[in-house]
Structure formats: structure tokens, C-alpha cells
Design a binder for this molecule. Structure first.
Ligand SMILES: *[C@@H]1O[C@H](CO)[C@@H](O)[C@H](O)[C@H]1NC(C)=O
Ligand SMILES: *[C@@H]1O[C@H](CO)[C@@H](O)[C@H](O)[C@H]1NC(C)=O
Ligand SMILES: *[C@@H]1O[C@H](CO)[C@@H](O)[C@H](O)[C@H]1NC(C)=O
Length: 817
């Protein structure tokens, strides 16, 4: 036990010492689609009279989606196009007396409805549903044929307690195996009584639950459950307090727990109670960081066909309870093999009297977690009651988290195996952020690439269900805003081979025959794709259409040239945008240089003064994965000579020869021309001359600090963004800071001096005399120095802060400044 503590302490120290170092590069979604953006359409189903459509269930054929809502259950049909259509609706409301009782208990009236929290298909003829029923949970059978509630033959309503939470905000999970319902939920009003149980069992197979004694579960939050047929086990995922870490208070740990479906309880000990319940810690941790200890969601990815069940993967989203990691999420993947290994290993022992854990090895009387313990001896079952927490935790392997997001909090996850153009398999993750964005990420060699993010919710909220229908190619999100059905991909959005390849979307490839970016499965012949590298030149070189779609309709030609008529002396702004947030943008002047003396780039916009020298062609280019493409070409030409502003006379004097400018003199600022007249401003809506004047001076400062334009005539955006343009401000701030520090140092010196003085006065009244005399000088001596009589001095309390500060005032003139 002591060694465990020491070990843990060491681990914690390691966490603390290294928690500040973060090894994760920020993962930016390549493309963002805000709500209602035409580039990535999806369906939202909602009905005016149905809200909180949050519990989702797919039928086995994935053609029907069942939705548990507030006071209603819906049956929707999913069509290939991704649309959702209402088949039927069941109204299921609490009675008036239920609601009355609910609000009398002091519950918010807004929660006194029937929120459906369990929705399962039992067998070919029946479904089963449970709802909170105004804080008095209730269940019911549903006839699949008529899609209506059916009472059971006895006419008694089905008990909801232990199957469904009372409070709609308490989390629960449920799963059906062979017509039996396995649930994990809290079974009381306050949520203090967690239980993992089996219901609807028949014959020898009795209903089961966790033994009532304490210690099995510690304030758990249930997340999800899954059934592994070949193991004959149901696995539950949850987080709870890690009581085995007894010297850290309220330390949350994530767990996987298991029960055997064959379990029927002990014969005397543990009658009708699980004899096969065991649990193990799930450890999601990156090197040198605090663990991501709080499980948020867990999904099961079944092994590829023909692969062993041991390769079943569990993808979990974890957050951290520590502020060092707050706001971050990590995705960790565990495989069934390591889960099984943890359960097959040794177990910690719970002292049932003190409820304390130890790793002391007992003589092994039974194998905890082994199926078939139901008719084991009482001694064996008593051993089981004390040994159900695996000693080893389950880790994601040496690689650590598959993905860490430093700024998004993920709440829900789904995973899918996708076959790429070359037949390679990729894992695609769908991650919902708490702010309502769906991220689609592909894992390549242990690294994540976020292909796109799609806003699916208007309001940030906790979503209960995120489902994936592989056969329909849709991600289904159940929220209070309705049910969203988002197609897994939208290849046609990428209109050139380059864009199709840069996306690195395993669903999409370039169809060279039809010259479109299309679903891999729909391409007959040559399909161009490079999910690993997004290498355009490798994939697209055989095709002639490397250039992207321009700003106009042209899809396969180079971007059309935009003419920008300007007057001389006018400030010209050219803008450049790229859909890809991974691209680096830069400007080039065709046949010329972009000297940073006269060109200024801000937010990817190029600004400059129109002069005969600066007229010409400009191209905005994007570089991604070593591939550079032109996003737009502007032809800046002189306007028909305007009668308002004859520019020719003033120009030569206003723009001096560039090499002669001393970048440190403010000449350029003063030389900045007047704002163009209103007429021109109308035609160039992005123009903002008032703002431009100071910007021009910023450009000059940048120049002074030695950033010359590169030889190829382009200005590297990254270089420019390094903050050098704020040199002046930096100097000013530095000087101020230095002054502040000087002042502080002086103050500190002074306080030190004061405290030296005050320390000579003893702080403990009963010691006062003695101490005072042992130090250099008596009361009388010091008092006489101050011109006080010893009597006066004695009356002053050393604890009186006022007297101290008075004294300090008296000394102020002595401070050497
Ligand atoms: C139901 O939906 C409303 C918004 O429509 C939301 O405020 C409320 O929290 C939801 N209730 C539950 C229990 O999810
Ligand atoms: C399905 O389950 C219900 C409820 O337990 C039962 O009445 C019905 O007979 C079952 N149907 C089949 C086909 O087993
Ligand atoms: C254990 O229980 C099974 C039935 O579940 C029974 O067939 C078997 O004989 C029992 N074994 C022992 C040793 O009691």
C-alpha cells in the first residue's frame, strides 16, 4: 500500500512538473462550414409540437430512426438522400397528477415532463421505452407493427425505477441483449443510488442487479454500454470517484466495467446479484501531461470483417478535471485485448469494513470477472465481493491519445472504417463540439487531420446522442433543436483535382474520366487520392487541370482576371481568401516585385497606393502541402482620366525614389495622400482611407526592422505577422515596464528596510524586553534616536500597523531616489 502511495505521489509530481509543457500542435479544421452554408447542406428534422428530440435509436436495417423526445416517441424514415420523414408519432405524457406531484417536490416545472431516456428494440415484434415521467420514471412496451404503446398482459405499468433516471439531466445507458435489458442509471430522485442491472429476464435467467452493499460504484456518471457477443459480456463505460487514490480528494477516474450475460447470481451469497461484475481504470494520458480523466463519450468500432474480436476498438472522448488541461479534449482508443488482459490480471482488494483499497495479494480463491461463477462456493463469492477492481489500468498503448484538441471541448463521438481509393482502410472520427460543430477527422499513422467542421447546432448544448449510419452515409445528431442528418461527405464541393486531393478526405477521390471529385465507391476507373500526404503533384500531374475554381463560374480554367480600375494616388485594396485554413496565402506581382516599402499586407489583403509604377497584375496564391495555386488575379489599371482629380502633376513629388527613403524617418506617413473622393469610395466598398493612413506608417516601421521583401517578389505572410510592425509600441511599453520595475524595486528596498526596522521590535509581547536588549540597542537608545521618551515607545503596540505606517511616512524623505 505504501509503495502504491509513493508511486502515485511520484506520478503526480511528474504530472505537476511537466504539466505546463504541451506537446500538441494545434489541430485546425481545414475547412469550416457555418450553419446554412451552401457548400455542405444537411437536413434538420423538427416538429413544432415536439421538443428535446435527444434519444436516438437506429433500426437494424438503418432505414428507420426512432427518436425519444419530450412527451413523444417518433419513428422517422431515413432516405438515401439524407432526408428524414415522419412515419409515426407516439404521444406519451405524464398525467396531471404526476406533474403536480413533480412540481410539489420543488422541481423546476420545465423538467416535469416525460423525457424519453431508454429506447430499445427488444425482439422482432416489440420495442421498449422508458421516460422520466415527471420525476417518477415509467417504461412501456411498444408494438413495432403499429408503433404504439402496449400494456403488458397483467395491465400493470412497467416499473421505470432502476431503468431510467428520475432527473432528465442525469446520464444513463441501456442496451438490449437477447430480449433482456441491461441498464446503468441512478435509481432515486436525488441521484445518489447508482445501479447496473438486468431486466425483462425470463425463466432461469432472473433479473439481476449490483449488490446493495457500498463500494461497488462511487458516484458514477454512466456514459455508454456495448455488447461483445464472442465474450458473452456487456461492457459499461463511466466515470466515478477513484477511491483507491485515497489521498487525493475527489479524484475522478474513468472506468470500463463488465458483466457476463450468462450471470444468474449466486446460490446463497450474491443471490440475484452480479457475480461477474468487475471494473478497471481507463487511462487516457499524453506524455508529460495530467491525465484526461473524465470520460465524456465512448463508441465501439467493431473489427473489420474477418478480424479477431480482440481488435474491437473503443474510442473515447476525455476531458480533464485539472485546470492545466481545462478546455481541452483528448480522444483515446483502447482495444478489447487490453481490456481483457486487465480483467484477467490481479485485483485490488476492498476491505469491506473500512471500505479501503489495497493491492495486498490474497490467496486467489476465484477468478474475478470469469463467466460461470454463479454456482461457485460462498467463499469464492465473498472473495469476489472484495476483489472486483483490476490492479492494472487499461491504456491506449504507447502512442497516447489519438487526438488532443487544445481549444475545443468534444462531447460526442462516432467512428467508422472507410476504404480509400487504393483499398487502404482509414479510421474516420466524427466529433461533436460543445459549441455545436461536427468535426470529421481522419487518423493517419497515429495523427489526426480534421478534414472539415460543420456547424450543426445554433445553440451550444450537451447532446445526448450522436449516431452513425454507415449504410445511409449519415451522421445523426439528436438535440433540442431537432434531429440533424449530416451526410458523411460532400465530395462535389471540391471542384478541382488539387482541391479534391488537398482535402485528404478518404471518402473522396478525383475521377479523371468525368473530371469530378466523387465518392471513391462511385469511381470506376482511375481514382486520384492521397489521404496520407495530400500530395497534389503526385496525384494530379497526369491531369491537365491543376488550377482551382476561380471566383467566377470557371471550374476547370485558371481563375479569371478581375479588372480593377483605379485613379492614381488612390489607395487600392485587393483581398484574398482561401477556404482552407491550412493554406498559407501570399501575394505576387506578375513581372515585378512586391517591395514592402509601398505594399502593405493586412489580413491577407494587399494595400498600396496607385501610381504608374504600381499598376499591373497581382496574383493571390495559396500554398498547402507544398502545392501552390493561384486563388485570384487582379489587373489594376488606370481609370479613364477623371476631371475631378488630375493626378499627373502631383505624383512624382509625392512618391520619392524608393531607395532613397530612410526607413526610420516618418517621411512616408506625411506623404500619404488625401483620401480619395466619395465617388471612388462607392465603387471600392472595401476601401477605408481613414484607416489606411496609420496602416501605411505601420508598414514603414516593419521595414525599419529589417524585413525586406523576398527576392521572388512575394511577401511571406508568416514573416509579416511576427508582430514586428508594433516595434514603436513595443519600445514604449518596454520603457514603461522598465520604469515600473525600477519603481517596484525601490519600493521593495524601502519595505525591506522598514521591515528590518520593525523586526528589531519584538513581535511577541512577553518576549519584548529580552529580545530588544539582545539586539543592537535598547528601547531607550532607539527611542532617543527618534526623539521619543521610552515611555511613549512602550505604549506602541508592535502589532499596530498604523504606527508602522506612520513611522514609514516619517522616513520617506530618506529614500534615495
Ligand atoms: C429541452 O429543450 C430546451 C430547449 O428547447 C432546453 O432548454 C432544456 O434544457 C431541454 N431539457 C432537457 C431535459 O434536455
Ligand atoms: C417479444 O417480447 C414481448 C415482450 O416480452 C413478447 O410478448 C413477445 O412474444 C416477444 N416476441 C417474440 C417474437 O419473441
Ligand atoms: C453449475 O450450474 C449449472 C447450471 O447453471 C449446473 O448445470 C452445474 O451442474 C452447476 N455446477 C456445479 C458444480 O454445481
Amino acid at each position: 500500500m505504501v509503495s502504491t502511495q509513493a508511486r502515485l505521489l511520484a506520478v503526480i509530481l511528474v504530472f505537476i512538473s511537466s504539466s505546463s509543457s504541451s506537446s500538441h500542435a494545434q489541430i485546425i479544421p481545414r475547412v469550416t462550414f457555418p450553419l446554412d452554408s451552401p457548400g455542405r447542406p444537411f437536413t434538420i428534422f423538427s416538429l413544432p409540437d415536439v421538443s428535446n428530440t435527444t434519444t436516438l435509436l437506429l433500426s437494424a436495417d438503418e432505414e428507420t430512426l426512432f427518436v425519444g423526445a419530450r412527451d413523444a416517441i417518433l419513428s422517422l424514415s431515413i432516405s438515401k438522400s439524407g432526408s428524414l420523414q415522419l412515419n409515426k408519432k407516439i404521444d406519451w405524457s405524464p398525467t396531471e397528477s404526476n406533474v403536480k406531484e413533480c412540481s410539489m417536490k420543488g422541481t423546476d416545472k420545465a423538467d416535469c415532463w416525460n423525457f424519453v431516456r431508454v429506447l430499445q428494440v427488444l425482439n422482432s415484434t416489440h420495442m421498449f421505452a422508458c421516460g422520466t415521467f415527471a420525476f417518477s420514471p415509467l417504461c412501456s412496451y411498444i408494438s413495432s407493427e403499429t408503433f404504439s404503446l402496449v400494456t403488458n398482459p397483467s395491465g400493470k405499468p412497467e416499473e421505470g425505477r432502476g431503468r431510467c433516471p428520475y432527473n432528465p439531466y442525469h446520464k444513463n445507458t441501456a442496451i438490449t441483449v437477447d430480449g433482456e435489458l441491461y441498464t446503468a442509471t441512478v435509481a432515486d430522485y436525488r441521484g445518489n443510488h447508482p445501479v447496473i442491472s438486468r431486466h425483462l429476464s425470463e425463466g432461469d435467467h432472473v433479473d439481476m442487479k449490483l449488490d446493495d452493499t457500498q463500494g461497488w460504484l462511487e458516484e458514477p456518471t454512466f456514459i455508454s454500454s456495448t455488447h461483445i457477443q464472442s465474450e458473452g459480456k456487456v461492457y459499461f463505460f463511466f466515470s466515478e470517484l477513484g477511491r483507491e487514490y485515497e489521498f487525493i480528494e475527489k479524484f475522478t477516474v474513468s472506468r470500463v466495467a463488465q458483466v457476463c450475460t450468462s450471470d444468474v447470481g449466486g446460490q446463497r451469497t450474491l443471490q440475484r446479484r452480479w457475480t461477474t461484475f468487475t471494473k478497471a481504470q481507463l487511462l487516457c494520458k499524453a506524455n508529460g501531461e495530467l491525465p484526461y480523466n473524465v470520460l465524456q463519450d465512448m463508441t465501439t468500432l467493431r473489427p473489420a470483417e474477418g478480424d479477431s474480436d480482440d481488435n474491437t476498438l473503443f474510442y473515447g472522448i476525455f476531458s480533464s478535471q485539472w485546470s492545466g488541461n481545462s478546455g481541452r479534449s483528448a480522444v483515446c482508443v483502447f482495444n478489447l485485448k487490453t481490456v481483457k488482459a486487465a480483467f484477467a490480471g490481479s485485483y485490488k482488494q476492498l476491505n469491506r469494513d473500512t471500505l479501503k483499497w489495497s493491492s495486498r495479494r490474497q490467496e486467489k480463491i476465484a477468478n474475478p470477472g470469469e463467466c460461470g461463477l454463479h454456482n461457485a462456493s460462498d467463499t469464492a463469492l465473498r472473495f469476489i465481493k472484495e476483489n472486483f477492481l483490476a490492479d492494472q489500468s487499461v491504456s491506449p498503448g504507447s502512442q497516447g491519445p489519438a487526438l488532443v484538441s487544445s481549444d475545443r471541448r468534444y462531447s460526442n463521438i462516432a467512428a467508422q472504417r472507410v476504404e480509400g481509393a487504393g483499398g487502404q482502410k482509414y479510421t474516420v472520427l466524427y466529433l461533436l463540439t460543445e459549441s455545436g460543430f461536427l468535426h470529421k477527422a481522419v487518423l493517419v499513422e497515429g495523427r489526426a487531420h480534421i478534414i472539415e467542421e460543420i456547424q450543426v447546432l445554433r445553440q451550444p448544448q450537451r447532446v445526448r446522442s450522436l449516431l452513425l449510419s454507415v449504410s445511409q452515409g449519415a451522421v445523426l445528431v439528436g438535440s433540442s433543436e431537432g434531429v440533424a442528418s449530416v451526410p458523411v461527405s460532400s465530395c462535389s464541393h471540391y471542384r478541382t483535382c488539387a482541391e479534391c486531393v488537398l482535402a485528404r478526405d478518404p471518402f473522396c477521390a478525383w475521377d479523371s474520366t468525368h473530371q469530378v471529385c466523387a465518392l471513391v465507391s462511385s469511381i470506376k476507373d482511375q481514382a486520384g487520392q492521397d489521404v496520407e500526404g495530400g500530395n497534389v503533384s503526385k496525384v494530379c500531374s497526369s491531369f491537365t487541370t491543376l488550377l482551382p475554381r476561380g471566383r467566377s463560374i470557371a471550374t476547370n480554367a485558371s481563375p479569371s482576371v478581375q479588372h480593377v480600375p483605379v485613379s492614381l494616388d488612390e489607395v487600392v485594396h485587393l483581398c484574398c481568401t482561401s477556404e482552407s485554413q491550412l493554406a498559407r496565402l501570399h501575394w505576387e506581382r506578375l513581372g515585378g516585385e512586391l517591395s514592402s516599402i509601398i505594399y502593405f499586407e493586412k489580413d491577407l489583403n494587399l494595400s498600396f497606393l496607385a501610381t504608374p509604377r504600381t499598376l499591373g497584375r497581382y496574383a493571390c496564391k495559396a500554398t498547402e502541402n507544398d502545392f501552390t495555386q493561384t486563388l485570384g488575379v487582379y489587373d489594376v489599371v488606370q481609370k479613364e482620366v477623371s476631371t475631378l482629380q488630375p493626378p499627373s502633376t502631383s505624383t512624382p513629388t509625392r512618391i520619392p525614389e524608393i531607395p532613397e527613403i530612410d526607413p526610420t524617418t516618418p517621411a512616408m506617413v506625411e506623404e500619404t495622400p488625401e483620401a480619395p473622393d466619395d465617388e471612388e469610395e462607392e465603387k471600392q466598398p472595401e476601401m477605408n482611407p481613414e484607416k489606411t493612413t496609420p496602416r501605411m506608417s505601420v508598414t514603414k516601421v516593419m521595414l525599419g526592422s529589417g524585413h525586406d521583401a523576398p527576392a521572388d517578389g512575394s511577401i511571406n505572410m508568416l514573416q509579416r505577422d511576427n508582430g514586428v510592425s508594433y516595434l514603436k509600441e513595443l519600445v514604449a511599453v518596454s520603457v514603461l515596464l522598465a520604469m515600473c520595475i525600477c519603481a517596484l524595486v525601490l519600493l521593495a528596498a524601502y519595505i525591506l528596510r522598514l521591515s528590518f526596522h520593525s523586526r528589531t521590535a519584538p513581535h511577541l509581547p512577553w518576549l519584548r524586553r529580552d529580545t530588544a536588549t539582545t539586539e543592537g540597542g535598547t528601547d531607550q537608545e532607539r527611542a532617543s534616536l527618534k526623539g521619543e521618551s521610552p515611555q511613549q515607545e512602550k505604549q506602541k503596540s508592535p502589532f499596530d500597523s498604523k504606527s508602522m505606517s506612520n513611522g514609514s511616512n516619517g522616513h520617506l524623505p530618506n529614500i534615495p531616489i
